[in-house]
Design a binder for this molecule. Structure first.
Ligand code: SGN
Ligand code: CA
Length: 534
C-alpha cells in the first residue's frame, strides 16, 4: 500500500514537472488567443448583408455573425480616418491621444495595445492602411500604405521602406496577410495581425474582375436621399458631401474617355494603370458612360443615376474586401486556428450611402457615427449573438488586452466588452461621448461634440456657429427633425446636457481643449497657405 502511494506520488510529481517545464509552457502560451483585427476604410454597416439592409451580399463577413456576434450599435468617438485609428491603438479619446484630425501628427511613442501584446510574447503585424505618419511602433512586421494609398499598383512602406507593388490594393493586402500568417510569423507564439483594407474609400475604384458587377441592377436610393434639411440647424445645410452636387464627374463618377487623359480632372492615380488594367477599365466604363450621355438625364433622374454610379462602384470595391475575409477565414480553418483566434471585422467609421443625399462621414448622425462590428471567437462567444449595447472603437484596445490576459492600463479610457459579448453580463455603459474637429476642410462638416444613449442624441456645433441639436432616435431614427428647444423634451434635454457635462469631465475634455485644437488646426492651415505662396 505504502509502496503504491509512493509510486502514485512520484507519478504525480513527474506529471506536474512536465506540465510546468518549458515545452508545456510554450503550449500553454499557445493557448492564449490569436487575434485578427480586420478593419476596412469607410465601410458602412448598411453594406454588410448581415445587417439586413438588402443592398449587397457579403457572405464571408456574414460568417462572423453566423458563427459569432454582431453589434448593432457599435459607434466611433470621432468619425474620421486617422483619428479613429489612433483611438483603436491607444484606447484613448482623440483629445487625449492628440490625433484629433487627419492633419495633426500622431505620436507613435505613446503606449498602444500592440506594443503591450508584443511585450507579452505576441507576434504582431500591421498590414494595409493605417494613415498615421511615421514608422508604426508595436509591430514585428509592418507593410502600410503611405497616407491614403492607391487602388492600382500601390506603393507600400515595408518595415518603413517604400516599394511599388503591381496589382489591386485589396488583393495585395490579403495576399500579404496570408503570407505573413503562413511564412513570416514565429509559429510558437500567439499572434495579433491588424489587417486593414483601403477599400471602400473614395474614389471607389473596383478590381478588374468586378468592373461589371451590378451592371444589370438598379438600386433605389434611401428614402431620405432628397432631404431638404428642414427642421435642423446650419450644419446639415452647409456640408459639401452631396452625391448630387459635390461628387465630381471625373473623379467620382468616372466619366472619362481615357483614364490617362486628365480632361475631366480624373484622379492622377489612374496614371498608374498598366496597359491591361487600362484596357479593362475602358472596356467596362466607356459603354456605360456613352449610354449615360445619350440618355440626357436631368433632375431627379440624374440624381438617381449618380446614386447608382456611386453605390455600384462602392459595393464593387467591397466585393474584394469580402473575398479577402473569406480567404483569411478559410486559412484559419484549414490550419486548425479557427477555434483559438479572435476575428474582429469593423470599419474606421460608418459612411453615408445616400442618406440625406450624402457620401462621406464625419457627422455624429447615425450612419457615420455607427460602424459595423462583428466578432468571432468560438471559445467564448456563442454563434448568432446579437449585442445592442453602445460599444465604441475606444473599447478595442482594452478588450483585446483582456482576451490576451494582459492588465489593461489605467490610462486607457475604453472598456473591455469581453464579458458582454461572452454572455457573462448584460451591463455596459449607458452613454457615449463624441468629438469631431476637422473644419474648415474638405466636405465642410462643422466642429461638434455630443452625447448619445440608446434613445437620445444631443449635439453641439461650434466655432463659426453655436447651435444645439437633439434627436429622439426612437421616434425619428433617421434624424430628420431636431427636438432641441421643444418644450415636450425639456426634461430630457436637461438630462442630456447633464450627461454631456459629466462625460466631458469624466474623459478629460473641455472648452479649452476645443480652443487648443482649433488653434492648432488653423495654424496648420495658415502654414500650408504660406508654403503654397512661396
Ligand atoms: C480624401 C477624400 C475625402 C475624404 C478624406 C478623408 N477625397 O480627401 O472625400 O473625406 O480623404 O477620408 S479623395 O477623393 O481624394 O479620396 S479619410 O477616410 O482618410 O478620413
Ligand atoms: Ca475612413
Amino acid at each position: 500500500m505504502k509502496h503504491n502511494i509512493t509510486k502514485l506520488l512520484t507519478l504525480l510529481f513527474i506529471t506536474l514537472y512536465f506540465v510546468n517545464c518549458s515545452p508545456q509552457q510554450d503550449e500553454h502560451a499557445q493557448q492564449r488567443p490569436n487575434i485578427i483585427y480586420i478593419m476596412s476604410d469607410d465601410h458602412a454597416y448598411q453594406a454588410i448583408s448581415a445587417y439586413g439592409y438588402g443592398l449587397n451580399q457579403t457572405p464571408n463577413i456574414d460568417r462572423l455573425a453566423d458563427e459569432g456576434a454582431i453589434f448593432t450599435r457599435s459607434c466611433v468617438t470621432n468619425s474620421i480616418c486617422a483619428p479613429s485609428r489612433a483611438v483603436l491603438l491607444t484606447g484613448k479619446h482623440s483629445f487625449i491621444n492628440g490625433k484629433v484630425d487627419n492633419v495633426q501628427p500622431f505620436n507613435w511613442d505613446q503606449d498602444n495595445f500592440p506594443k503591450l501584446l508584443q511585450a507579452n510574447g505576441y507576434q504582431t503585424a500591421m498590414i494595409g492602411k493605417i494613415h498615421l505618419d511615421g514608422l508604426p511602433q508595436g509591430f514585428d512586421f509592418s507593410m502600410v500604405l503611405p497616407g491614403q494609398g492607391a487602388y492600382y499598383n500601390p506603393d507600400f512602406l515595408v518595415n518603413g521602406e517604400r516599394k511599388r507593388f503591381e496589382g489591386y490594393v485589396t488583393e495585395i493586402i490579403t495576399e500579404t496577410a496570408l503570407d505573413w500568417l503562413e511564412n513570416k510569423r514565429d509559429k510558437d507564439k500567439p499572434f495579433c495581425m491588424l489587417y486593414h483594407q483601403k477599400a471602400p474609400h473614395r474614389n471607389w475604384k473596383p478590381a478588374p474582375k468586378y468592373l461589371a458587377l451590378y451592371d444589370d441592377k438598379t438600386f433605389e436610393p434611401p428614402a431620405n436621399y432628397f432631404d431638404d434639411y428642414e427642421g435642423r440647424g446650419t450644419a446639415v445645410r452647409t456640408q459639401e458631401m452631396k452625391i448630387d452636387g459635390d461628387a465630381r464627374w471625373g473623379h467620382d463618377f468616372k466619366m472619362i474617355v481615357d483614364p490617362n487623359g486628365d480632361s475631366t480632372g480624373f484622379n492622377r492615380e489612374l496614371n498608374r494603370f498598366n496597359d491591361k488594367q487600362r484596357e479593362d477599365w475602358l472596356n467596362a466604363y466607356t459603354p456605360k458612360n456613352d449610354a449615360m450621355k445619350a440618355a440626357n438625364l436631368e433632375g431627379e433622374e440624374l440624381a438617381k443615376w449618380k446614386f447608382n454610379r456611386y453605390i455600384k462602384d462602392y459595393l464593387r470595391t467591397i466585393k474584394s474586401v469580402d473575398d479577402g475575409v473569406g480567404e483569411v477565414l478559410d486559412y484559419l480553418e484549414e490550419n486548425g486556428l479557427a477555434e483559438n483566434t479572435i476575428v474582429v471585422y469593423t470599419s474606421d467609421q460608418g459612411f453615408y450611402l445616400g442618406e440625406h443625399g450624402w457620401f462621406d462621414k464625419r457627422f455624429m448622425y447615425k450612419e457615420s457615427f455607427g460602424t459595423p462590428l462583428l466578432v468571432r471567437f468560438p471559445k467564448e462567444i456563442k454563434a448568432k449573438t446579437k449585442i445592442d449595447k453602445l460599444v465604441q472603437n475606444l473599447d478595442f484596445a482594452p478588450t483585446l488586452l483582456d482576451y490576451a490576459g494582459i492588465k489593461i492600463p489605467d490610462e486607457m479610457q475604453g472598456e473591455s466588452f469581453r464579458q458582454l459579448v461572452g454572455g457573462e453580463t448584460n451591463e455596459f455603459r449607458e452613454a457615449v461621448y463624441y468629438t469631431y474637429y476637422e473644419y474648415p476642410s474638405v466636405h465642410m462638416v462643422k466642429r461638434h461634440y455630443g452625447v448619445a444613449n440608446q434613445r437620445y442624441k444631443l449635439m453641439h456645433f461650434y466655432y463659426d456657429v453655436d447651435e444645439w441639436e437633439m434627436y429622439d432616435l426612437e421616434k425619428d431614427p433617421n434624424e430628420m427633425k431636431s427636438v432641441y428647444g421643444d418644450p415636450e423634451y425639456a426634461e430630457v434635454q436637461k438630462e442630456m446636457h447633464k450627461k454631456l457635462d459629466e462625460l466631458r469631465k469624466y474623459y478629460g475634455d473641455s472648452d479649452e481643449n476645443d480652443q487648443k485644437f482649433l488653434k492648432a488646426y488653423l495654424d496648420h492651415q495658415e502654414k500650408r497657405r504660406q508654403a503654397r505662396k512661396k
